[in-house]
Design a protein around this ligand. Structure first.
Ligand SMILES: Nc1ncnc2c1ncn2[C@@H]1O[C@H](COP(=O)(O)OP(=O)(O)OP(=O)(O)O)[C@@H](O)[C@H]1O
Length: 312
């Protein structure tokens, strides 16, 4: 379809801000090099086999970009993500952050230096919203007043009303809890943000809002984000690049959303993206001078932003 390399699909309803390339400050390049994870798998006779959840995965993710790990349940997305902050230890291979092996440092310090957002927000239920957000900066030695000031800033940035600061997580809606989860992950100003299906548990409208917020915040902060999802539309909307995975975290195809849509390398990719599905039937069209991705009903689910180069 003649799409340029380096195109990015953005939310069709968000106007482009071509001149707003954010400065990349403190974001890290993430390099996976031959990373493997085998979990012990008990077999019937009492002995234990091991299965590779991730088999020799290699990829370099540029600083300041959103890379989406897209794939079916069980293909190894979460395992890949959790090896970055050593919640899961790899069986083989190396993960480098700006050239430094994550295995070389203290895992607790590593975890505190990396933002992590999970599906159910993972907030501490007995701590108020503000205390959830300030927790990691406080553990890192930030003063109470500074940590609270930053927490209020982040709440404002994420559209959370100030009076929510004193609530407990159980008193929040799902969407509010996810916003607090994102604020908490950003509170220590990490260079890397790991997001594991963070918007999967909220309704589609709230999910769309959260996706838009994330893109807006990323426009300001330019973190290196790994975003895990099995939702194609979410991947197309958020990813500077998408890595589509098969079982064992084998890379089926890697590229911008536009590249994957225009040039799927095989049937697996085409099927996963819904290109062969008459009910979905994603297609590209020109609308008011923009190249947009339409679903079967003609709804715009994303726009191809041909001017957006992949950031270094
Ligand atoms: N702690 C564990 N012990 C044993 N096997 C595990 C463990 N965690 C994950 N696995 C297995 O590793 C494989 C990959 O799991 P993983 O959670 O990384 O996949 P995923 O792509 O994130 O799936 P989902 O989208 O359902 O979260 C699966 O077969 C899973 O059963």
């Amino acid at each position: 379809m003649g799409l340029q390399a380096g195109t990015r699909i953005t939310d069709a309803r968000v106007p482009a801000t071509e001149d707003s390339q954010p400065a990349i400050t403190g974001a890290s390049t993430i390099e996976f090099s031959g990373v493997t994870k085998r979990y012990p798998a008990p077999v019937g006779n009492g002995s234990v086999n091991s299965r590779a959840a991730v088999e020799s995965f290699s990829a370099t993710l540029p600083a300041g970009s959103i890379t989406v790990l897209l794939g079916s349940s069980g293909c190894g997305k979460t395992t890949l993500l959790r090896m970055v902050n050593r919640m899961v230890e790899p069986t083989g291979g190396r993960i480098l952050l700006d050239g430094e092996d994550v295995q070389d440092g203290n895992p607790v310090a590593l975890r505190r230096s990396i933002g992590y957002v999970m599906q159910n927000a993972g907030l501490l239920p007995h701590r108020r919203v503000l205390d959830n957000i300030t927790l990691v900066p406080r553990l890192n030695g930030t003063s109470r007043s500074q940590a609270r000031a930053r927490a209020h800033e982040l709440m404002d940035m994420l559209g959370l009303a100030p009076d929510l600061a004193d609530r407990y997580p159980g008193q929040l809606s799902g969407g509010q809890a996810q916003r607090v989860g994102v604020a908490r992950a950003l509170a220590a100003d990490p260079g890397v943000l790991l997001m594991d299906e963070p918007f999967g548990a909220v309704d589609p409208l709230v999910r769309r809002d959260l996706q838009r917020e994330l893109l807006r915040i990323q426009g300001e902060l330019a973190k290196t984000i790994i975003f895990v999802t099995h939702d194609v539309d979410e991947a197309l909307m958020l990813g500077d690049e998408i890595i589509l995975l098969r079982e064992g975290a084998q890379i089926a195809q890697r590229g911008t959303g536009a590249q994957l849509l225009a040039d799927p390398v095989d049937d697996f990719v085409a099927r996963f993206l819904g290109l062969d599905d008459a009910d979905r039937a994603l297609r590209l069209a020109d609308v008011a001078g923009n190249r947009v991705v339409l679903d079967r009903a003609g709804r715009a689910i994303g726009r191809i932003d041909a001017d957006a180069e992949m950031r270094p």
